[in-house]
Design a protein around this ligand. Sequence first.
Ligand code: ATP
Length: 239
Amino acid sequence: MPPDTAPLLQATGIDAGYGTMQVLWGVDLDVRAGETVLLLGANGAGKTTFLKSLVGLIEARQGSIRLGGEDVTRLRSSDRMRRGMTYMSELAVFPDLSIEENIRIGAQALGHAHAGARADELYGLFPVLREKRKNPASSLSGGQRKMLGIAKALSAEPKLLVMDEPSAGLSPLFVKEVIRILADLRGRGLALLIAEQNIGFLEVATRVFVLEGGRIRFSGTVAEMSGNQALHRAYFGLK
Ligand code: ATP
């Protein structure tokens, strides 16, 4: 494969679990630079477990993870972040910290000297956060909190943003707003890996992986997925 088409992220044969329980079985997934990949799966399919193994919050028992061509399988989470992969969990923010503190924390963790300038850029993307920047994150609405979560993750200037269920806890209106924001970020060249149950996110995706019982059941383009009758029935609820 020529270097310019090598994946930004390549996970191969990932096994992971908790204690004696194995959750993931040989999971393969890749994300190319600037691409938006959706990891679809029901509750308990293993999406969070997989994302955590990618970013180094739990150990991959088998398999390898390459980021920008480098093997990061045994690197600490913070070192993977330094190399351009940032994780946004479902909770996403520190509720007791101010909005400003949340936004600066990602950049500060990396020792970036220009954390202030980066925060200004992010307030440009999310003006409502600038207005409220001295308030605690807990004072924000669910949708605004999710925006703050995205801003906090972006403050580390990732090449790849790994997101766990950005729709969690949001009303359909805010889900649409999050999808709009993600489409905007994609337009700016950021690569996104989004774990979701909400098929609304297919709108922003270039490729889809479907996880079932800890195994990849399908991978392909959005068009290929809608052409697959069994998946179509399972995920679009159509006959
Ligand atoms: P959800 O949408 O509910 O978060 P998911 O696809 O992200 O689902 P995981 O959270 O990865 O799924 O969970 C996969 C399996 O691992 C489930 O059976 C879950 O109960 C189990 N599990 C998750 N976290 C732990 C943990 N810390 N200790 C033990 N088992 C866990």
